[in-house]
Ligand binder design. Sequence first.
Ligand code: SF4
Ligand code: SF4
Length: 102
Amino acid sequence: MVDKKGLVKKILNTKEKFTKGAVIREPGSTKNYKTGNWRTFKPTIDQAKCIKCGKCWAYCPDAAIYKDEKGNFQVNYDYCKGCLICQKECPVKAISYAVEEK
Ligand code: SF4
Ligand code: SF4
C-alpha cells in the first residue's frame, strides 16, 4: 500500500530540480490557438454519403467537427490538424482526404 503522506513529504523535501511545465490559466484557452496550419492532410466530408451519425464529431480530438445550421457535419479548418481519425471512424467512408496545399 502506498504511503501517500510519506510520498508527498518526500517530493516536497527533494533536492531534485524539476522542469517547469505549462500552466493553463483559463479554461477554453485553446480556442485562441488556431492549429489548422499544422495540417498535412485535409479531410472533406461528402454530404451525399454522410448518414449524420456524428462519429467524426465524437472522435475528433480537436473538436474541429461541428454541425452547421442545416444539420450537416462540417470540418472547421481553423482547428483541424489533419490527423484523419474522423476519416478512419466514419462508418460509410464519407470522409476523403488530400494532401494539404499551403
Ligand atoms: S482530421 Fe483529425 S483534427 Fe481534423 S477533423 Fe478529422 S479528426 Fe478532427
Ligand atoms: S462519421 Fe461519417 S457518416 Fe458519420 S457524421 Fe461523420 S461524416 Fe457523416
